[in-house]
Write a protein that binds this ligand. Structure first.
Ligand SMILES: O=C(O)CCC(=O)C(=O)O
Ligand SMILES: [Fe+2]
Length: 244
């Protein structure tokens, strides 16, 4: 069946298979969670093609100019393409129980509302009104330095990255990586294997480690290793909006 990611998302698989309990356990035990195929090959191609439609984006960043690495990304403008809006809402709904459990483990005085709409209304009242879903575009030699996507006081503790091309075929290198830092410990690196259409759910900034006395906080950063050959595009879903 033909899909049109712009007007109607192809995320039936996601709603069926993405179980909050499974995601929560993977985040705690492994540090991240890779989903099954969140988007079909056709949906990935359509999404990757949106990058050329300049009017869909509010801004563009040349990563080299701001010392973020090498490559380019664009933040979508509101209203988001329908498919991206629905993906963002669907992921939020699945992740919010995990976020609230996370807050309990870490002793954070935070509670996230059950729908993305409510969460964003709160963000907007705090002045975080700019949409943060983005597409990234990398060519040979490009890379994305380790970073955290914080855009103000309001934040959601997880974010999602969807791989839109075929690793090993459309590009080589360009691995998505996470690095965990914990006080008085050496850093731990996680290289996340992703095929086209798969999504990874990962901590936005604060990680959780089980310790003998319960849970402790870690700092998580993410990035992309250098693309060796070909081109790589990805879709990032960040749930909090950004300050103007
Ligand atoms: O291109 C990637 O895989 C990383 C994207 C990223 O930094 C993000 O979605 O926040
Ligand atoms: Fe990022």
């Amino acid at each position: 069946m033909a899909v049109d990611i712009v007007t109607s998302p192809d995320c039936g698989l996601l709603w069926r298979d993405l179980d909050s309990g499974v995601v929560g356990r993977a985040l705690l035990e492994q540090g991240y969670c890779v989903t099954g195929e969140a988007l079909s090959a056709e949906a990935c191609e359509q999404l990757a093609g949106l990058y050329e439609q300049r009017q869909r984006f509010r801004s563009q960043v040349q990563m080299q100019r701001v010392n973020f690495g090498r490559g380019q990304y664009r933040y979508f403008a509101y209203p988001l393409p329908e498919g991206i809006q629905r993906l963002r809402e669907a992921f939020y709904r699945k992740l919010v129980p995990v976020a609230n459990h996370w807050a309990q483990c870490l002793g954070l005085d935070r509670h996230w509302p059950s729908t993305l709409g409510e969460f964003l209304r709160e963000n907007h009242l705090q002045g975080q009104q700019l949409p943060t879903p983005l597409m990234l575009d990398y060519g040979p030699g490009d890379y994305n330095c380790l970073h955290q996507d914080k855009y103000g006081e309001a934040f959601f503790p997880f974010q999602v990255l969807i791989q839109l091309n075929r690793p090993g075929k459309d590009f080589t290198g360009g691995e998505f990586v996470l690095v965990e830092n914990q006080a008085r410990r050496q850093s731990r690196v996680m290289v996340v294997p992703l095929s086209r259409g798969q999504a990874v759910v990962f901590p936005n900034s604060l990680g959780v480690q089980r310790s003998s006395r319960g849970y402790s906080r870690t700092q998580i950063r993410h990035g992309v290793s250098q693309i060796m050959t070909g081109h790589r595009r990805s879709l990032g879903l960040i749930f909090h909006d950004a300050l103007k």
